[in-house]
Write a new protein. Structure first.
Length: 126
């Protein structure tokens, strides 16, 4: 369906909505941490192009969700990184929902967490 030097995309055999696609890198990467940065970029570009193509089809696509599950607890069941391109339609019943009872974080807590993430993101692990 779609292929370039780094990724292939095809229709999902268990679609969430009509036109649901998967974008898969050619090189194996079980998770985001092991995904080559250029493969990640190619996946994003392919998803952008495919989202635009879906909107031009006669399907009546009204929106697009991109979804990538990283780890079993996140819902990953196939341990080869892949990006879902999910067309959205009014009343399709699909969506991401917040759990009930999750309290909002205080600004100070958010700032401290942002500092921790910034520190870890800046570390060179090669």
């Amino acid at each position: 369906m779609y292929r370039n030097g780094r990724v292939t995309a095809f229709l999902d055999i268990h679609p969430v909505t009509r036109g649901h696609l998967l974008v898969v890198p050619h090189r194996h990467a079980a998770d985001l941490a092991s995904l080559d940065p250029q493969d990640a970029a190619a996946m994003a570009v392919a998803a952008r192009d495919l989202a635009a193509a879906l909107r031009r089809t006669p399907l009546g696509v009204e929106g697009i969700n991109l979804h990538l599950a990283d780890g079993a607890v996140a819902g990953q069941s196939v341990f080869h990184t892949h990006l879902h391109v999910i067309p959205r339609y009014t009343g399709d019943g699909f969506g991401f929902r917040r759990p009930l009872g999750v309290a909002m974080s205080a600004h100070g807590d958010l700032a401290a967490l942002a500092d921790q993430i910034r520190f870890q993101a800046g570390r060179d692990e090669s």
